[in-house]
Design a protein around this ligand. Structure first.
Ligand code: PRX
Length: 689
């Protein structure tokens, strides 16, 4: 109906009513609903006709919507965030919004703290009434066309069953559950099932070694592991269950393993400990009530690499994370009820959590889960599959784009891409050449490119273009999303203004921010809030141009980004020195055409050991086994000595220059104990590959 010219709030968003001839409200027919006017008065209304949901509100111009959000936020942040909180369903609606402080004295990160909700209800149950028959998960296996569809109703039943199975195994609120899974619907089902009963999931990427898996299991104290017999990637089996067996030799606390059938391979099952999911499933009820969770109750732990030590367990909580996943998915990718959204990330990474599952599902969208690789069976796989499934929004990594670009345009052009309307990238800086190819060849120049900058720690995208609102520039993640306050600082912490380059910090909390390092709150504070007191330090460097666009230049700490996978140089070093013939190791990143960065290791052997190609191969194999294939060094240089200062510190700056083939730019070496070491390293660098 006509509301006149009073701004109207619907589903937590402000609309300028006069722009629209018709209002569509979130309500159930016959039961009516509520909208609030700008003067705070609430008006009841009754809906005739059919029920509408949030998605159909998106018929309003999305750009207007984001502009209205920015204006509302500037006007009254507390009210804005509580309005936004209406995007999701709460069993108790919060009255508090942001209670965070980055300062040492009253350090806290807290959002919507008096609210109560359940993530699984938001991703599944609340869609049943309006679109239970809509496809929630579109599974595409390793072989083209090997797939299945789960409607929201199917998903609900499977999740309830899985939740009951977990309860049967003794899992309750707050307990940690490890998932070591292929990209099959059961991974999503198990994650949602954990959330339903208040258990905390921690997904470990299936490419990690048994040792890496064991470290994560022990760090979070999980008792239950969910896995599959095998994974299947690019036509090759991955021994998931066997790896779990290997890991569990070091994990005395684990008493139950749930094994999902993926390939049907014959795997060892240990009596009383190992359970077949297909058998458990038949014994449990398809009804399971959802646990009411406080907004700040833990939702999941995801391990990620930092500059020092072992990977840390990034902990996200329920309310703020879900809201940020929901909101960012909606304004970046969402907007059309019939969209088919395909994010190619694995659920073992944060992108898989937020944009394969929680963002799309909480918005009632259809999401693709892909269990294959871009080059199998051939380099046309992405586009063949996108065409066949009718994918409209496609989100992948710069590494995949660069690799496919190298394979040639014909692999793209032979497949129909007319369903695509929007293309996204994430995980690493995208070079303008790859950006342009993605835009011109894949997107036929029609589709906007959404380069999204964010981190495991941030829960969802922070800097990214809003389609239609922000004009894109190849290689720039553009501008902050509403509620995100980036700043650039120099090495001394001074704020840099205007067009400049510096270290990227975020000045204020946002709902999706991580809450702690699991089991080590002090490490959390030390890692992120002490480099620049009062600010969240991202570990990234960035340039800002005269128009306020951000251009992420990459990590400024000892983290490297290999094919979009984060790797701590310290982790690779400790794997190398664990080898009996290695005395010392230093690892740095080097430029790599496809992977963005490669891993370059300098290795000093024990006295009397001979360096040869055989040992180089052995060390590469060793690191694969210790950490996983993603950590395999691209180059190993045997170095009799490393460049050290008098205090014994390795000068990595020099090692990075040599690894990058920029020996000319090494600069001052006078503080080294033995400056001649540098020349010897430069001369020996040719033999590293
Ligand atoms: O260096 C940045 C890079 O990836 C890091 C975060 O890695 P991870 O926690 O594994 O999360 C990856 C997926 C969100 C960042 O510190 N990075 C991520 N996205 C971009 C990026 N660098 C440049 N441009 C991006 N769009």
């Amino acid at each position: 109906g006509e509301i006149g010219d009073t701004p109207v709030y619907i589903g937590g968003q402000q609309f300028a009513a006069w722009k629209h001839t018709q209002l569509i409200l979130d309500a159930v027919p016959g039961r009516g609903g509520m909208f609030s006017l700008d003067n705070g008065r609430e008006q009841r209304f009754l809906v005739r006709g059919r029920a509408f949901d949030m998605q159909e509100i998106d018929m309003l111009d999305p750009v207007d919507r984001v502009r209205a959000m920015r204006a509302a936020l500037a006007d009254d942040p507390h009210r804005f965030w509580l309005d936004q909180a209406r995007r999701i369903s709460w069993s108790r609606f919060p009255t508090r919004s942001d209670d965070s402080s980055f300062d040492a004295g009253d350090f806290a990160i807290s959002w919507f703290s008096d609210g109560e909700l359940n993530l699984c209800v938001n991703c599944v149950d609340r869609h049943l009434e309006t679109h239970g028959q809509k496809t929630a998960i579109l599974f595409e296996g390793d072989e083209p066309g090997e797939g299945r569809r789960l409607t929201y109703r199917d998903l609900h039943e499977e999740v309830c069953r899985f939740a009951n199975a977990l309860k049967h195994l003794g899992v309750g609120k707050g307990d940690r559950v490890i998932l070591y899974m292929p990209m099959v619907p059961e991974a999503a089902i198990a994650m949602l099932a954990c959330a339903r009963i208040g258990a905390v999931h921690s997904v470990v990427f299936g490419g990690f070694s048994p040792d890496s898996l064991a470290d994560r299991i022990n760090d979070c104290g999980a008792r239950v592991v969910v896995t599959a017999d095998q994974g299947m990637r690019g036509g090759r089996p991955i021994a998931l269950k066997a790896n779990v067996d290997g890991a569990l030799a070091h994990c005395p606390a684990v008493d139950s393993v749930v094994v999902i059938r993926r390939t049907g391979a014959d795997v060892a099952m240990i009596e009383a400990r190992d359970h077949r999911w297909e058998e458990l499933r038949e014994t449990v009820s398809p009804d399971c009530p959802a646990e009411a969770m406080a907004a700040e109750d833990p939702l999941f732990i995801l391990y990620t690499s930092g500059s020092t030590g072992k990977p840390k367990g990034v902990l996200h909580t329920t309310g703020g994370y879900l809201l940020w996943a929901n909101l960012t998915y909606d304004i970046l990718f969402g907007g059309r009820p019939d969209d088919i959204f395909w994010c190619t990330a694995d659920v073992g990474w944060i992108t898989g959590h937020t944009y394969v599952l929680y963002g799309p599902l909480s918005n009632g969208a259809t999401t693709v889960m892909f269990d294959g690789v871009p080059g199998y069976p051939d380099a046309g796989r992405f586009w063949e599959t996108a065409g066949r499934l009718g994918v409209s929004v496609f989100y992948t990594s710069p590494t995949a784009i660069r690799a496919l670009m190298r394979d040639g345009d014909e692999w793209v052009e032979r497949h129909d891409r007319s369903s695509l309307r929007l293309l996204g990238t994430v995980g690493e800086p995208i070079n303008p050449e790859a950006w342009n190819w993605y835009h011109r060849v894949v997107g036929e120049g029609r589709c906007e490119i959404i380069d999204t900058w964010w981190q495991t720690e941030t829960g969802g995208a922070l800097i990214a273009p809003v389609p239609g609102e922000t004009a894109t520039r190849p290689g720039s993640a553009t501008k902050p999303l509403p509620g995100v306050h980036p700043q650039l600082l120099d090495a001394d912490g001074a704020l840099l203004e205007g067009a400049t380059e510096g270290n990227l910090v975020i000045a204020q909390s946002w709902p999706g921010q991580m809450r702690t390092v699991y089991g080590d709150h002090e490490r959390f504070f030390q890692t992120y809030f002490t480099t620049y007191p009062g600010k969240y330090f991202t570990g990234d460097g960035a340039r800002r141009d005269a128009d306020g666009y951000y251009w992420i230049t990459g990590r400024v700490d000892d983290v490297i980004n290999v094919s979009g996978h984060r790797m701590g140089t310290a982790e690779v070093e400790s794997a190398l020195v664990a080898h009996p013939r290695v005395a010392e190791a230093a690892v740095v990143g080097m430029p790599h055409d496809i992977k963005g960065q490669g891993i370059y290791a300098y290795v000093t052997l024990n006295k009397g050991e001979e360096a040869d190609d055989e040992l180089r191969r052995e060390l590469r194999q060793w690191v694969r086994q210790e950490i996983g294939p993603i950590a395999t060094p691209d180059a190993i240089q045997f170095a009799p000595a490393l460049p050290k200062t008098r205090s014994g510190k390795i000068m990595r700056r020099i090692l990075r220059k040599i690894a990058s083939g920029e020996a000319d730019g090494i600069g001052d070496t006078s503080t080294l104990v033995d400056p001649d070491v540098v020349d010897r390293l430069i001369n020996g660098s040719e033999s590293a590959f």
